[in-house]
Design a binder for this molecule. Structure first.
Ligand code: C2O
Ligand code: CU
Length: 552
């Protein structure tokens, strides 16, 4: 493959949205960040020069990074932050994924503005499993906060109160002209040619909401998801969780004119919203050419409304892998490790610093992730003891997870840094079970670093160990890296632990990640060099809050 080099200069830049200017972190002076383009089989180096005021890291969401956790990026998991006035070079290996994935900052809430698309073209000499499109278009669904996000979050976390919600949504960086509370008209326009078919590369960079997306008057054909091709889905709208990427074929075959594309919040962490119009972001699809056009663009009337869980379910239920000769399914059939992980909202008593006496936390198996003083990868690689403990395979108590009332032993939680260690090549079946604790039930888009997983089943209520496995799809389940655990329900996933390293898994709602809905897999080395982690690259950032007993 080819080797590509990029320099990413991160610094504070003033950006105006929703009638308000604030200083945000940008890459190479632009929001949105640059596009990385490569072929499958290529290697990309990104040298991040941090000229901002805070430390940060970058993550290549959906890229497997075989044997190379050193460049995966989540802060406190595979590295410490790249400090202001320093730089670090990431090595990204595109070996398995094809289609659209993305990159984003992975420390605190910096991914609000530090993100961009990654386009992985088919390997040299190969083609798409669909006709070559006439053109391509990147669409990034984002969110905007009025106010300096990291400062608001810091304050809210310290007080133990709810964290801020976005004030509006964006399409390719702009809220669109249907936002009523702000007179500023900032709309992204995409010019298309009649009769042509385009490949839309869609990235869901929204922080804390699931969204619907549609283009007025046009069907969408979804052909890829999370960096893998899927069985085409022809649909008037899509539903996407934070983190999800899609490849979508779009044919400009309607009467030439202007059409709105719109994204609308599906569900968010907090439904009580004040301020700007929270619900619709729009952009305009404009047919090129000479035609007379009067009136306002058509709005997509197939766009489902807020909290239309049925519409989300109908879309999601259609996702299947290609499962063809060329794109076979290799879902593990003999399982060596079974886990049952309860995904929940909880609370914890807090010290005098917090107003209410307790604060909200999010948990996995009733443990809320606590960042260690040195990243897990260093601690593992250099055998530093006392940094992490064992992540439990099962919840501490079995209860009616989706019931309405819970006693204190279930509502309250504790913080911990817990890691699940897997032998190389172990086959894992994991049930993620949602709960109704604190009546805070909602979808949790669970994301795994280091590999995609097969989603073999899902359902509502409590997982039934006897009957639900009979419904598992082992024939053509989709292979994805992010999947919503349904509100008051469960999902079953399977994967083979054949990527040695340290891999984060967490809810991709930023609120929930910050509140601790996270854990880590360590996949141990196999017997050969090819089945072992690579050695660390030069210049891994050191960890300022940790007294180093020896030099790395
Ligand atoms: Cu898209 Cu851990 O992240
Ligand atoms: Cu969540």
């Amino acid at each position: 493959g080819t080797v590509h080099y990029h320099d990413f200069i991160v610094k504070e830049t003033n950006v105006t949205r929703l009638c308000m200017t604030k200083s945000v972190l940008t890459v190479n002076d632009s929001f949105l960040g640059p596009v990385i383009k490569a072929r499958r089989g290529d290697t990309v180096y990104v040298n991040l020069h941090n000229q901002g005021d805070y430390g940060l890291t970058l993550h290549w969401h959906g890229v497997r990074q075989p044997r190379n956790p050193w460049s995966d990026g989540p802060e406190f998991i595979t590295q410490c932050a790249i400090q202001p006035s320093t730089n670090f070079t990431y090595e990204i290996n595109f070996t398995e994924e094809e289609g659209t994935v993305w990159w984003h900052a992975h420390s605190d809430w910096t991914r609000e503005t530090v993100h961009g698309a990654i386009v992985v073209l088919p390997a040299e000499g190969t083609t798409y499993p669909f006709p070559e499109p006439d053109g391509e278009e990147i669409i990034i669904l984002g969110a905007w906060y009025v106010g300096k996000l990291n400062l608001i979050v810091e304050e809210d976390l310290a007080q133990g109160v709810n964290m801020p919600n976005s004030n509006g949504y964006l399409i390719n960086g702009y809220p669109g002209d249907l936002i009523v509370e702000c007179t500023m008209r900032q709309t992204y326009r995409w010019v298309v040619e009649y009769g042509k078919t385009y490949l839309i590369r869609l990235v869901t960079a929204v922080l804390d909401a699931e969204v619907f997306f549609a283009i007025a008057g046009h069907n969408l054909t979804v052909v890829g998801m999370d960096g893998a091709y899927i069985k085409p889905i022809v649909t008037p709208y899509i539903a996407a969780s934070p983190g999800r990427t899609m490849d979508i074929l779009f044919t400009a075959d309607q009467t030439p004119g202007l059409y709105y594309m719109a994204s609308r919040e599906h569900q968010s962490e907090d439904a009580t919203v004040t301020g700007f119009d929270h619900s619709n972001a729009t952009a305009i699809v404009e047919y090129q050419g000479n035609y007379s056009y009067s009136g306002t663009p058509l709005f997509p009337d197939d766009l489902p409304v807020y909290r239309d869980f049925k519409a989300s379910e109908i879309f999601t239920a259609q996702i299947r892998s290609l499962a063809s000769q060329e794109y076979p399914v290799d879902v593990p059939l003999d399982i060596t490790t079974r886990m049952f992980v309860v995904v929940s909202m909880n609370v914890i008593y807090c010290d005098d610093s917090c107003q209410s006496g307790h604060e909200i936390l999010s948990t996995l198996n009733n443990i809320s992730w606590l960042d260690p003083p040195v990243d897990i990868l260093k601690a593992y690689y250099w055998n530093i003891s006392g940094i992490y403990g064992d992540f439990p395979d099962y919840p501490p108590t079995w209860y009616n997870f989706t019931g309405d009332y819970f006693d204190d032993s279930i509502v309250f939680t504790s913080k911990g840094t817990k890691v699940k260690v897997l032998n190389f090549n172990e086959t894992v079946e994991l049930i993620f079970q949602g709960t109704n604790v604190l009546f805070g039930s909602m979808n949790h888009p669970m994301h795994l670093h280091g590999q995609s997983f097969y989603v073999i089943g899902s359902g509502y209520g409590n997982f039934n160990n006897e009957t639900d496995p009979l419904t598992f799809n082992l024939v053509n389940p989709p292979k994805l890296n992010t999947y919503p655990v349904p509100k008051n329900g469960w999902i079953a996933i399977r994967f083979r632990a054949d990527n040695p390293g340290v891999w984060f898994f967490h809810c991709h709602l930023q609120h929930h990640q910050s509140w601790g809905m996270a854990g880590v897999f360590i996949v141990l080395n196999g017997d050969t060099e090819e089945t072992s982690m690579r050695p660390p690259p030069p210049g891994m950032p050191s960890c300022p809050s940790w007294t180093i007993p020896f030099e790395f």
